[in-house]
Design a protein around this ligand. Structure first.
Ligand code: ZN
Length: 111
C-alpha cells in the first residue's frame, strides 16, 4: 500500500535535481517537514540498506515505504501523514540520491 505518494510538482522538480524548485515544492506541500526532508537528502543522510532505508536525524530512523520509526510519525502525525524521513526517502528514490550499502540494517540492530 502506497498512501503517501508524492504530488506531481515534487516528482517534476526532483527530475531537475536538488535545486530551489525542489526545495520550494517540498516546503509548499509539507511545510517544515518538507524543508527538513530536502536537507536530509542534500546532506547525504539518506541510506539504503538491503532491507530498509535509514535516515540519520537526531537518531537513526528506519523507513519502510509508508512507515517510519520516529516519534513524529507515530505520535504527532498518528501515521496519517508522512514525516520528514518518509518524504526524504521518497524524494531521494526519485533521484537515486542516497548512499547504498550491501548490508542488512537489521544486522546492526541486534549487536
Ligand atoms: Zn520519521
Amino acid at each position: 500500500m502506497k498512501r503517501f505518494d508524492l504530488p506531481e510538482e515534487i516528482v517534476k522538480a526532483a527530475k531537475k535535481g536538488m535545486g530551489y524548485e525542489l526545495y520550494r515544492a517540498l516546503l509548499f506541500e509539507y511545510g517544515k517537514r518538507g524543508e527538513k526532508a530536502f536537507f536530509y537528502i542534500k546532506e547525504g543522510r539518506v541510506k539504503k540498506y538491503r532491507d530498509f532505508f535509514v535516515v540519520i536525524g537526531e537518531h537513526e530512523y528506519i523507513v519502510d515505504n509508508d512507515f517510519c520509526t520516529c516519534r513524529d510519525f507515530q505520535f504527532n502525525l498518528k501515521t496519517r501523514r508522512p514525516c520528514a524521513h518518509i518524504i526524504a526517502v521518497k524524494t531521494a528514490k526519485l533521484m537515486h540520491k542516497y548512499d547504498e550499502y550491501d548490508e542488512y540494517y537489521v544486522d546492526f540492530m541486534v549487536k
